[in-house]
Design a protein around this ligand. Structure first.
Ligand code: ADP
Ligand code: ASP
Ligand code: MG
Length: 412
C-alpha cells in the first residue's frame, strides 16, 4: 500500500462540478489500494476576493493576525465541500484545518514558516481507512493563532505533509499539465518537461514560475521526495521534479522565466569606503525587506552608485528607507523604477556550455532591448529590463534556447 499526497489548486476546485471531479480522482486513488491525503486550495479567485475585502476597509495595512484569520477561510470552505462530495460517492473522508492537522508554524503572519507537523490525527484517520482532506496555506503558531504561508502556499503545505508522513509521492494537480520551459500562458511554443531537477525547479520558482511555490521545492529537495506536477483535468503523466540523477534530459536551458514583482532603486554618489553597503542594507533588512540583485558601479573620484532590487510591494517603503540612509551617508540622490522585469534562463546544462550568457545578451540586443542589471549563478542568468519588453524578451530567448534545434549553442 502506498501513501499518496495529492494537492489540488484553486482552478481544480473552482466550482461544485470540479470539486466532484476531484472527489472522483481521489476515490480512484484510494480504491486502488492507497492511503490518500488531499490538500486543497481555496476556490479560484477566493483568496484574492478576501484580500480585496480587507483593502476595501481602507486605512493602514490590516492587522496581520486578523488578515490571516480572514484569508485562511477560503481553504476551510473547500475542505468541507470536498469531504461532502467524497461522502456522496460513498467513501469516508474527514476534513482538517491547519490547526486540526497539526501544521505548526512560527508567528510571522502571512509568510509563516512551518516548524513542525504533528501527524498523529492524520495517521489515525488514514489507519481507519478514511481519506484525510486538509486545508492548504494555513497553520497555527505556538500561541494558537491562525497563520498563513504566503501566496501559493498550499503547494508547501502538501509537500511538507508528504515529507512528514514519508509519503511515496506528492502529486500537485493544477490547471496546466506539467512544468513547461516557459509559462505556457505567455509563450505559446513552451514545451512540457518530462522531468526537471530540484535545483532547476528551485531557480525557476524563485525567478517567477508560480507553478510551484519555492518553499515546496525546498522541502522536496531536503527530503528527496519526488513531486509530480500534473493536470486535474487529464490523466496524462505530468512533470517529475526530482533528483538530478533521475532527470533524463540535460538541456542547456530548461526554463525561461519572467518576474514582474520587483522594483529597482539606485543610490547615487555614495562615498566609496568600507561599511557603506552595510549602512544602506542594514536598515532595509531590519525592516524585513528582502534585497535580490545588487550592483555596485566602479567608483570614480571616490564615489560610487549602488543599485539593487526589492519586492515591488515594498518599493515605497524601501525608497523611504534608502532616502534616509542616503541622507546619513551623504549620497547625492536616490532614484527608483518599479516598471522593470527580471528575465532569467535556467538550466543545469549551462555549466557545461560556454557562451550561454553571450547568446542571451546578443538575443536581447537583436531585439533592441537594453539590459539594466545582470546576475548569474551556476545554473541561471538573470537580467533586468524595462517591463514593457518582458514578453518580447521571453519569446526571443525561448526561441533561441528552447525551440527547434536550439538545444546546442551555434558554432562560433
Ligand atoms: P494552482 O492554483 O493550481 O496552484 P497556479 O496558478 O498557482 O495554480 O500555478 C499554475 C500556473 O503557473 C499556470 O496556469 C501557469 O500559467 C503558471 N506558470 C508559470 N510558469 C510556468 C511554467 N514554467 N510551467 C507551467 N506553468 C507555469
Ligand atoms: N489560496 C492561497 C492563494 O491563493 C494558497 C494557494 O492557492 O496555494 O495564494
Ligand atoms: Mg499555486
Amino acid at each position: 500500500m502506498a501513501l499518496v499526497v495529492q494537492k489540488y489548486g484553486g482552478t481544480s476546485v473552482g466550482d461544485p462540478d470540479r470539486i466532484r471531479n476531484v472527489a472522483k480522482r481521489v476515490i480512484a486513488t484510494h480504491d486502488a489500494g492507497n492511503q490518500v491525503v488531499v490538500c486543497v486550495s481555496a476556490m479560484s479567485g477566493e483568496t484574492n476576493q478576501l484580500v480585496d475585502l480587507a483593502e476595501q476597509l481602507g486605512g493602514e495595512r490590516p492587522d496581520p493576525r486578523e488578515y490571516d484569520v480572514l484569508v485562511s477561510t477560503g481553504e476551510q470552505k473547500t475542505i468541507a465541500l470536498l469531504s461532502m462530495a467524497i461522502h456522496q460517492l460513498g467513501r469516508d473522508a474527514k476534513s482538517f484545518t491547519g490547526s486540526q492537522m497539526g501544521m505548526q508554524t512560527d508567528s510571522d503572519h502571512s509568510k509563516a514558516r512551518i516548524v513542525d507537523i504533528d501527524c498523529s490525527r492524520l495517521r489515525k484517520v488514514l489507519d481507519e481507512g478514511a481519506i484525510a482532506v486538509i486545508a492548504g496555506f494555513q497553520g497555527v503558531d505556538p500561541e494558537g493563532n491562525i497563520t498563513t504561508l504566503g501566496r501559493g502556499g498550499s503547494d508547501t503545505s502538501a509537500v511538507a505533509v508528504a515529507c512528514a508522513l514519508e509519503a511515496d509521492v506528492c502529486e500537485i494537480y493544477t490547471d496546466v499539465d506539467g512544468v513547461y520551459t516557459a509559462d505556457p500562458r505567455v509563450v505559446s511554443g513552451a514545451k512540457k518537461l518530462g522531468s526537471v531537477s530540484f535545483d532547476e525547479m528551485l531557480e525557476m520558482a524563485s525567478l517567477g514560475a508560480k507553478v510551484l511555490q519555492i518553499r515546496s521545492v525546498k522541502f522536496a529537495k531536503r527530503y528527496g521526495l519526488p513531486i509530480h506536477v500534473r493536470s486535474s483535468f487529464k490523466s496524462d503523466e505530468g512533470t517529475w521534479v526530482t533528483r538530478e540523477e533521475d532527470v533524463m534530459e540535460r538541456l542547456v536551458v530548461s526554463g525561461v522565466t519572467h518576474n514582474l514583482n520587483e522594483a529597482k532603486i539606485r543610490v547615487k554618489g555614495v562615498e566609496d569606503h568600507p561599511g557603506i553597503a552595510s549602512k544602506l542594507f542594514k536598515p532595509l533588512s531590519d525592516a524585513g525587506i528582502q534585497i535580490d540583485m545588487i550592483v555596485q558601479n566602479l567608483s570614480s573620484e571616490g564615489t560610487t552608485d549602488m543599485t539593487f532590487t526589492v519586492p515591488r510591494a515594498e518599493y515605497k517603503k524601501a525608497v523611504e528607507i534608502a532616502n534616509a540612509a542616503a541622507g546619513e551617508m551623504g549620497a547625492s540622490e536616490v532614484e527608483g523604477d518599479d516598471a522593470i522585469a527580471k528575465i532569467s534562463i535556467v538550466g543545469l546544462g549551462m555549466q557545461d556550455h560556454a557562451g550561454v550568457a553571450t547568446r542571451m545578451f546578443t538575443t536581447l540586443a537583436n531585439e533592441s532591448i537594453n539590459i539594466q542589471l545582470i546576475s548569474t549563478s551556476e545554473i541561471k542568468i538573470s537580467v533586468v529590463i524595462e517591463e514593457k519588453y518582458a514578453e518580447l524578451a521571453l519569446r526571443a530567448l525561448h526561441a533561441e534556447f528552447v525551440e527547434d534545434g536550439a538545444a546546442e549553442p551555434s558554432p562560433e
